[in-house]
Design a binder for this molecule. Structure first.
Ligand SMILES: [Zn+2]
Length: 324
């Protein structure tokens, strides 16, 4: 008996573990913590879990070496101690985490929204800018067209020419003739008619009225008057206006016009172009030759360049006169 009361004698208690009796023996020198671990292990509960020890009547038993011993008829039971406070803290922590996550999500969404709005705004600004430029260009075109229309209506296009060198200094204007042409009639001999068809025709010994008659004959001979139902009087008026609007300068004068036109006429006959070209083609060729140096000022490009004409910026292969 003396040994059982010794402080070195182990203590035995009996537990109810899932309806079975579990005997637990521990030294009286164990710490409460060691006993708690032992109780957890005996009851299939994870170590370090907070537990309570209760007897069959539900009374709490202090877990320490001095706890009262029991018998298999009066079992103790180990119960996990639920820490509501810990759960509450965990819930609160989860709650805070959720709120923080939500704030982050909102912030990211706001950032994405801001980027998208900025991009869309930039695109809109660009479109507005482009539309604005288009409107400006359209307005410019409208103004140019209006100006052109006004100039054509007033017939003052040549007067308003931007060139500093004004081609109409002498007051000459191309305007429809209303009077009947009064150049002396010249009847062409058969010899002249035959010679006129050759590129070797001598253009130097003819008066203006004779050259006019030759040009008139060419239009009739090629069948252009008949084909295009030209009024012969209108043809005379037109040729007279052409002659009057060639300037009296050393080279690009009416004789040069006649020379080029006669060469064109001679080439048509020499090369048999009447069989190869349409009447429209021949009419275009002849009329282009007749008109090709109309109102030529008699200068090369240099005066235009020196006078600061806008034509000076054109490629050098362009004749300043042709642009005029
Ligand atoms: Zn020429």
């Amino acid at each position: 008996m003396g040994s059982s009361s010794s402080s070195y004698t182990p203590k035995t208690i009996y537990l109810d573990v899932d309806g079975k009796v579990q005997r637990v023996i521990f030294s009286r020198h164990c710490s409460p913590c060691d006993i708690r671990d032992l109780l957890c292990s005996s009851s299939n509960i994870a170590r370090n879990t907070a537990v309570l020890l209760i007897d069959s009547e539900g009374a709490l038993i202090s877990i320490d070496p001095t706890m009262p011993a029991n018998t298999p008829n009066n079992l103790y039971k180990v119960m996990p101690h639920s820490t509501n406070q810990g759960e509450e803290k965990e819930d609160m922590f989860q709650n805070v985490l959720s709120q923080v996550a939500e704030q982050f999500t909102r912030a990211f969404r706001n950032s994405e929204l801001k980027t998208e709005v900025t991009n869309r705004l930039a695109m809109l600004e660009k479109r507005v800018e482009l539309e604005g430029l288009k409107v400006v260009e359209i307005e410019k075109c409208k103004n140019d067209l209006k100006k052109l229309k006004d100039e054509m209506t007033s017939g003052s296009m040549r007067v308003n020419c931007n060139c500093k060198y004004n081609f109409t200094d002498d007051g000459k204007k191309l305007s429809p003739r209303r009077d009947v042409p009064n150049y002396p009639k010249y009847t062409l001999s058969q010899e002249t008619i035959d010679a006129l068809k050759k590129p070797t025709f001598d253009v130097w010994h003819w008066e203006h009225n004779e050259m006019l008659s030759c040009l008139e004959y060419m239009y009739h001979d090629l069948g252009l008057v008949k084909e295009f139902n030209m009024n012969p009087i209108t043809l005379k008026r037109w040729l007279l206006a052409i002659q009057e609007n060639y300037r009296d300068n050393p080279f690009h004068n009416f004789r040069h016009c006649f020379c080029v036109s006669q060469m064109m006429y001679g080439m048509i006959h020499l090369c048999g172009l009447q069989d190869r070209l349409t009447m429209t083609d021949m009419c275009i060729l002849m009329t282009a030759a007749v008109c090709h140096d109309l109102d030529h000022p008699g200068y090369n490009n240099t005066p235009f360049i020196n006078l600061g004409s806008p034509q000076r910026n054109k490629p050098p292969t362009y004749s300043a006169y042709v642009l005029h």
